[in-house]
Design a protein around this ligand. Structure first.
Ligand SMILES: Nc1nc2c(ncn2[C@@H]2O[C@H](COP(=O)(O)OP(=O)(O)O)[C@@H](O)[C@H]2O)c(=O)[nH]1
Ligand SMILES: [Mg+2]
Ligand SMILES: [Zn+2]
Length: 233
């Protein structure tokens, strides 16, 4: 994620959930540190959000220092996949890790638009220290598959606080004795609820979705009949 205009903690929470559910170890790389004045505060926010188990690195994607910082993940037998919005510097980071310009970046060259090469497909590259890296085109959307666990990604703190709520099934809405509400920022709690709804939907089987849709339809028919009869009388 970029520390510039791309910065959005909600998106990161979603990415972390997906990474954990796929049993990969996420490493957060915050790029464009050179372009952001609020860098320090944002980095601290991301660290809090990720917890101690997830490495958070930051810097200029073109800077070899970032390659040194990523060295523990770049050895023989390791495979890396770059995930992030378009333009955050994935291909740039790839080049930095390669130490040569093997993957085109989005910089517009002197030839104008014809010189513009951005990533349109996934590419598997080999890094000097032996790891493989997959550069991907930016993701416009990331939908949960249903296998994710909310407590297993970016929301461990919420799950822990929830144990102190008065009610076991507390929804952390306006229930009395909720231990989560006072501890977690509103925006984060909202995103948690949003992802929770999305997850519940993704976990429905195709059959359940169809049944829910049928129930909606028949309710709709009932209503129509009701209004028609009422208007007649
Ligand atoms: N200033 C600055 N520019 C960056 C950084 N990372 C990437 N860029 C620039 O951002 C543009 C998009 O980078 P690119 O690697 O193609 O992004 P991708 O779509 O994620 O692969 C290019 O012009 C890069 O030179 C960074 O950390 N700092
Ligand atoms: Mg790219
Ligand atoms: Zn609660």
């Amino acid at each position: 994620m970029g520390l510039d205009g791309n910065y959005k903690p909600n998106r990161l929470e979603r990415f972390l959930l997906l990474a954990r559910a796929s049993e990969t170890s996420p490493v957060v790389v915050l790029t464009k540190a050179d372009l952001c004045h609020e860098g320090e505060a944002r980095i601290a926010q991301v660290r809090r959000l990720c917890g101690d188990a997830t490495a958070v690195l930051h810097g200029d994607a073109r800077d070899p220092q970032l390659r040194d910082a990523l060295r523990p993940w770049c050895g023989e037998g390791q495979t890396l996949v770059l995930l992030g919005s378009s333009g955050v510097g994935k291909s740039t980071l790839c080049n930095t890790l390669l130490g040569e310009s093997a993957q085109a970046t989005g910089a517009v060259s002197a030839e104008g638009d014809r010189g513009r090469h951005t990533t349109t497909a996934r590419r598997l590259l080999c890094l000097p220290d032996g790891a493989c890296i997959i550069d991907t085109p930016g993701l416009r959307e990331l939908r949960l598959s249903g296998d994710e666990k909310l407590g297993d990604g970016a929301f461990e703190d919420i799950v822990q606080w929830a144990e102190h709520c008065r009610y076991r099934d507390c929804g952390h809405g306006d229930e009395p004795g909720c231990a989560v509400r006072g501890q977690v920022k509103d925006e984060r709690l909202e995103n948690y609820h949003k992802l929770q709804r999305e997850l519940a939907h993704a976990q429905q089987t195709a059959l359940q979705k169809r049944a829910a849709k049928q129930a909606d339809k028949s309710l709709h028919r009932e209503l129509k009949r009701y209004y028609r009869d009422r208007d007649r009388s």
